[in-house]
Write a protein that binds this ligand. Structure first.
Ligand SMILES: [Cu+2]
Length: 266
């Protein structure tokens, strides 16, 4: 009888131990699951509707236009370094769900390599453009800066590919004149003799510059509509230049050394 009781107690003890282990296992696994759900995802209002000459588009709360970069095919940003200086990402706080009044695109977040969190619309990371200076500017539209196209987005998150061109000007540049018109230099390549002067005239209402790729020689300020910039070329050579707010605007001046004077230069 005594032996039977002892045996019964051992079995009872074993069952109790088994239940304890089971309880601990359940407790641990229960704890594992809710940890993620305990993250407090709070909504953060970061986007609003902006009205531009491209229609209603997504902008930051500061009213500045937002763009997607066609190179971001994986849903993650490929724009870092110099690219991100020209195209600053729209960021949110960690554990935030971005939202925006009037925005029907699916908004999300992608983590950048510097551990900041960039807002996405329909999976595409969003950026501002450093060449925009006031709300309504869409100077980055259609840019190929950093090697792929940049477009603003409709409120549903589809890219708008239209390029607004300014009204045509019914005049053509005179000799040694370059028009800055419809976001391009006309002519884009001009050939002169050494010692000659070229004058650039901005025909657009957007501001443009004439800036040497090398950082030397051509260095205009931002030219408003009808403002001009001139430069005399005293050395033969090929001078490539661009517009600082619109890096995709490119032009070339070819200066021949075969001019009559010959002894110019410095
Ligand atoms: Cu420009």
């Amino acid at each position: 009888m005594k032996i039977k009781t002892t045996g019964f107690l051992i079995v009872l003890g074993a069952i109790a131990l088994a239940l304890l282990i089971l309880f601990v296992v359940i407790e641990v696994s229960n704890r594992d699951v809710p940890v993620d759900e305990e993250k407090n995802i709070t909504t953060q209002n970061v986007i609003k509707v902006g009205n531009t000459n491209l229609g209603s588009i997504m902008t930051g709360l500061n009213g500045m236009s937002l763009y997607i970069f066609r190179a971001d095919t994986s849903g993650e940003s490929t724009c870092y370094g110099t690219c991100a200086e020209f195209w600053p990402p729209l960021l949110v706080d960690e554990d935030s769900q971005p939202v925006g009044d009037g925005i029907t695109a699916t908004l999300g977040v992608t983590e950048r390599t510097d551990n900041t969190y960039q807002v996405t619309a329909n999976g595409m990371p969003l950026y501002f453009y450093a060449g925009d200076s006031v709300p309504g500017d869409t100077n980055g539209q259609g840019s190929t800066g950093a090697g792929a196209l940049w477009y603003v987005l409709s409120l549903s998150g589809t890219e708008i590919t239209a390029i607004i061109t300014e009204t045509p000007v019914n005049e053509t540049p005179a000799e040694n004149e370059v028009f800055i018109i419809n976001f391009s230099y006309m002519p884009s390549t001009i050939t002169i003799d050494r010692g000659e002067t070229i004058i650039w005239i901005n025909k657009d209402s957007d501001e443009h510059s004439v800036t040497s790729d090398s950082g030397r020689e051509l260095n205009s300020s931002f030219l408003s509509k009808n403002e001009s910039y001139s430069h005399t070329f005293n050395r033969a050579g090929t001078y490539s230049y661009h517009c600082t707010p619109h890096l995709y605007m490119k032009g070339t001046v070819i200066v021949k050394s075969t001019s009559s004077g010959g002894s110019g230069g410095y």
